[in-house]
Design a protein around this ligand. Sequence first.
Ligand SMILES: C[S@@+](CC[C@H](N)C(=O)[O-])C[C@H]1O[C@@H](n2cnc3c(N)ncnc32)[C@H](O)[C@@H]1O
Length: 369
Amino acid sequence: MLSGVEIKEGRTRLLVPERHSSHGPGTRTSDVFFNRQMAFGRDVSVMLLKALERNTVSVADAMSATGSRAVRVANEVKNTTVTANDADPKAIPYIDYNISLNSLSNCVSSNMDMHVLFSDQSFDYVDIDPFGSPVQFIQSAVRGCKKKGIIAVTATDTAPLAGAQAGKCRRKYQSEPIRGYMCHEGGLRILMCVMAKELAKFDRGMKPLLSFYADHYFRVYAQVEEGADATDRSLGQIGFMHYDPATLKRSTSEYPDVRHSKGPFWLGPLHDKALLGRMNAESLEDEKRCVKMLRLWRNELDEKVFLYDVSELSSFTKMSPPKMDDLLDALNAAGRAAPTHMSPTSFKTDLETEDVISVYRESSPDSGK
Ligand SMILES: C[S@@+](CC[C@H](N)C(=O)[O-])C[C@H]1O[C@@H](n2cnc3c(N)ncnc32)[C@H](O)[C@@H]1O
């Protein structure tokens, strides 16, 4: 007899183990994994797949656990055929139960190692959501992705990617991470760099559709592009960065040198704004949060790399921070600036660093203006 609790997420009913995570990245236990907080991540998958405007989409949720993402996609996105796969045999009764709980005829369970699954079958959309780092799974995911397909990757190993465990980042991602205010943008761009490099081994390029940091994980959705030109274009977006704490200047370079020692990073866009424009948060589990995040992603200055943070400017100038909205208004009077989704105190701008600092000084309540 399968035990658990029944919940509703979005428009979908799910049976999940009684003992499950509600916060943070979730921990590996002997039970089948489920994390309530990841509902937002599953909402985003549903929104993105709905916005694709493709006639039919074959979906592989390669590490499905209870089948929560797969079953939601099959139930909430029209014209999908979904394979909910997990290597753990204990996961399969949950997946099968959840398929029948929602009376789905377009979803099947599969109990295979994802490397075996993708050596044999390919799909329009491939999703990998492992415990911790996805690096050892990305190559198989690329293999399992059909021509011009979409690959979605989660990384919950934020400590290495965001520089708290730099040695582990060097070993796993062959990249030098950034500590401090830009650590999450750095981590996201390291993950994207590794994805672009894995795709390049197959003469395939990468066009990011949506890439974000939330609740202790990184998530990237990328459209696969075929051929040598597309591959060269995406490898051309990889580079290194230098951050000078004495001036707050950040600069990027195609090649590493003594100064440009952080990275490599993906330095191209994080999102496809046209796709974001078609995404709609209606009827999702956390509609309010999805609306808020959609607004942030749509408005980010995606052509600029490496954000500024109000705390960084405050500790550099030793002046109290202005209200975020007042600072953004002042920056926008001088150039362009917009908040980023990485933190409520961060923004990207096309202004030179000296100008950012002087606008900050003038906007600070300590300026006496
Ligand atoms: C973090 S959980 C997935 C959570 C799920 N996507 C969700 O939204 O609830 C990771 C899952 O990957 C499975 N897994 C680990 N290695 C695997 C492999 N090589 N092939 C297939 N599944 C694997 C584990 O059994 C586990 O259920």
